[in-house]
Design a protein around this ligand. Structure first.
Ligand code: THU
Length: 136
């Protein structure tokens, strides 16, 4: 699957975002090495701390169905107040850490405003000197 289609899947996932507190919708779509896409949205909670991010929703859905090899993830965000001018998203530290558990050095993190405007990073870019199984 190409980057544009993966970004479209992430944008579609924002439709299911449950974000009544922040009004900040996030969508993610992760691609497995055998070409399957798992999507996720952020799911907030009145307790706040029980909120889960879109990226973790997507990767946990995949891992819970037996997937452990991934090639790339597309992430988008939408502010309820301003749907015309989208920002690049930035995955939180917990999501970067969770991605680092399963993703290899060539895994691509696509941070997209839309299908035609995106930046691609690696985990080394976003989480240098990370804590991994090698530290144990
Ligand atoms: N959020 C994500 O879904 N992904 C991130 O990496 C950053 C934050 C969500 C969590 C919460 O629902 C909202 O954005 C505001 O923090």
């Amino acid at each position: 699957m190409n980057n544009k289609d993966l970004i479209t899947a992430a944008i579609n996932a924002t439709k299911y975002s449950y974000s009544p507190y922040s009004k900040y919708k996030v969508g993610a779509a992760i691609l497995t090495k055998n070409n399957k896409v798992y999507t996720g949205c952020n799911i907030e909670n009145a307790s706040y701390s029980a909120t889960v991010c879109a990226e973790r929703t997507a990767i946990f859905k995949a891992v819970s169905e037996g997937e452990k090899a991934f090639t790339k993830i597309a992430i988008v965000c939408r502010k309820d107040s301003d749907s015309s001018d989208n920002d690049y998203p930035s995955p939180c530290g917990v999501c970067r850490q969770v991605l680092s558990e399963f993703c290899t050095d060539d895994f691509q993190i696509i941070l997209a405003k839309n299908e035609d405007d995106f930046k691609i990073y690696t985990l080394k870019d976003l989480l240098p000197h990370s804590f991994t199984v090698k530290n144990l």
